[in-house]
Unconditional design. Structure first.
Length: 179
């Protein structure tokens, strides 16, 4: 009798965990920008190390070729711990690959990102919501952590993943196929 009761409790517990996981797979991106749907999740690995899973949330009619004309949300689910300063500096390096900007802009954007991007732990989610001609609002695990109101910053920042000169062409290509 005790073994049967324990098995029932175990089964109920597993069901609750499964429900919790299923609900968390949806994430809050539709709440950040109503009407968006996810493109296929993609994994970024560098030198065999998994860094994050990336998901792009877009509305119908989204065009990769003119991504800066559309509102969307980029979501990165981290698979390892990283320092916010490293994320900020790497972002600047990657932005330079997709467009030109001045040393003053670099300094201003780096300072802003250093103030926004926290150290992330495995399972943290950074989200960036883009609004055309306005800028980018950043979230950590669905809580606002900052905003950069500069359309050029936003275009280049999201270009890290969406521009044809991206350093992650497999991610971009998979998202193109998902449109």
């Amino acid at each position: 009798m005790f073994a049967l009761r324990r098995q029932r409790y175990f089964s109920v517990g597993l069901a609750l965990v499964a429900c919790h996981l299923a609900l968390n797979l949806v994430h809050a991106s539709p709440a950040l920008l109503p009407g968006v749907q996810p493109l296929p999740q993609q994994r970024l690995s560098v030198w065999g190390f998994d860094i994050y899973d990336a998901r792009l949330w877009v509305r119908p009619g989204f065009s990769m070729a003119s991504y800066s004309a559309h509102a969307f949300v980029l979501e990165l689910s981290y698979l390892r711990s990283l320092e916010g300063a490293a994320i900020s500096k790497r972002s600047i390096d990657e932005m330079r690959k997709v467009g030109a900007f001045s040393r003053d802009q670099e300094n201003m954007w780096l300072k802003a990102m250093l103030g926004i991007f926290p150290n992330v732990q495995k399972a943290d989610r950074l989200q960036a919501a883009y609004t055309p001609n306005a800028g980018t609002e950043f979230f950590l695990n669905d809580k606002v952590i900052g905003r950069i109101e500069d359309p050029l910053f936003a275009q280049l920042f999201f270009g890290i993943w969406l521009h044809e000169s991206t350093a992650a062409p497999a991610i971009r290509q998979a998202w193109l196929k998902g449109l």
